[in-house]
Design a protein around this ligand. Structure first.
Ligand SMILES: [Cu+2]
Length: 137
């Protein structure tokens, strides 16, 4: 009987530890999230805002506050290889090549300034895939 109690207690402790770990992994706190979909607008390649204030806006300004954790998700809307990089913040998503594939990058908006976001695939920035991350004080 005592032994059974011990087993149950151990099992509960294990369960608690396990759920604690899972909770921690899922709780990466992000202050601002943006979603951009790749596509072509008026013959130019572009990042198109999805949801919120940037919905439907071509290469929208992404406005954040200094020190915020920011996540930018891109959705491949055209089946062409793309990524999204902020070279001045050393932040970059992996490439997404298949249509509807998504990827994301998370970074901290350190100092207030204006940073370019762009696609690093050759020729895509020149073809239109460039916008601004505006970090306000
Ligand atoms: Cu691209």
């Amino acid at each position: 009987m005592k032994r059974r109690l011990l087993v149950i207690t151990l099992f509960c402790a294990m369960l608690l530890a396990l759920t604690g770990c899972i909770g921690q992994a899922a709780a990466e706190t992000v202050d601002q999230t943006f979603t951009l979909r790749t596509g072509v607008v008026d013959g130019r390649m572009a990042f198109i805002g999805v949801n919120g204030a940037i919905d439907g806006v071509v290469n929208p300004d992404l406005i954040v506050q200094r020190g915020e954790r920011v996540r930018i998700t891109i959705v491949n809307g055209d089946g062409v290889s793309h990524d999204l990089a902020l070279p001045d913040l050393a932040a970059k998503t992996p490439l997404v090549s298949a249509k509807e594939q998504t990827t994301a990058v998370t970074f901290t908006a350190g100092a207030d300034s204006v940073y370019a976001y762009l696609c690093t695939v050759a020729g895509h920035r020149q073809a239109g895939m460039e916008g601004r991350l505006v970090v306000t004080p």
